[in-house]
Design a binder for this molecule. Sequence first.
Ligand SMILES: [Zn+2]
Length: 383
Amino acid sequence: MNSNPDIFQATLSLPNFPDNFHFELEALQNRARAGIFYTPHGPLLTPAFAPVGTQASVKSVSPDQLEQLGAGLILSNTYHLYLRPGDELVAEMGGLHHFMNWPHPMLTDSGGYQVFSLAGTRKIDEDGVTFKSHIDGAAHRFTPEKSINIQENLGADIIMAFDECAPPYDRLYNERAVLRTHSWAVRCAGAKTRSDQALFGIVQGGIFPDLRQQSVEFLTQLDFPGYAIGGLSVGETKPEMHAILEVVDPLLPENKPRYLMGVGAPEDLVNGVLRGVDIFDCVLPTRLARHNAALTRTGRLNLVNAGYAHDPDPIDAECTCYTCQNFSRAYLRHLINAKEMLAATLLSIHNLHTLLQLMREIRLAIFEHRFDRYAQEFLGNRR
Ligand SMILES: [Zn+2]
């Protein structure tokens, strides 16, 4: 697998694996884990769901509101911030934590996923990817080294290796993407200079158990402080996603956090934790909010529905969020129809609360050794 042993050896002696991060596993029930990931911006309690702030802003909610919601980690996107306002500007303004006023743990992706999604306008080679900006069409190039350099300018606590996410069913493509991902992971580790950031490796391999196994085996040799599982929730079925998590979970080291990228539907969070995942992120709660939909414990409500016009009840009578404590479905529907910005804010608060509260309940249930029962009941109640 390893085509360049010199780079591999050199990597191991570099300051890539800082001391100021460590993961403490606090409780375990079957495969479900509760823990703490210590970062320079405070401890992250896991299992954790990270809201996404694509452009250094979680759409329609303020950092103050995110704090009140109990968000422990937020994610920002390297591709977007590199293009606008530029990572050097963010560095000049004191880094992302200071720039967006989020003093808690933060994660940036590598930019790879967004760049590879620009189908038709990007060109991949062994060294990196050339692509055109979605803003003005200008040509840019990302390499593993460039991605790390941008992420060092942004300054998040957790940064991600530059990887290639292949279509899940294409065997040949996945074989090539896994090798490329591995060689790029080595280069990312070698390019890293800051000791106050933890670089996570990303496991690829589509729906193919042997490729996933190969990927975990290679990456764990590099001893990253955490591992992400990439290339899932990209078109495969739920049973296929679960099967891959079941392959990967027992192979990953127990004392490092595992991060399932881009997954955030309530049932997927429960199913992920059941299979050993510690960290999730997804745009789902805020994106649904902007499309007038509320996530609940049992399903989704579309508040545009005429049936809610005279409905005095909150979105969810059992929900303790600010929105449900203070506003009716009728009012929310009115805000949506009047195109008031507050609609997106109130719905985002509710949707984020639903997922963050779910994670708190899951964590407690693991400590109390009743998560299996909790999960069974939760999944049984989904519509
Ligand atoms: Zn609510």
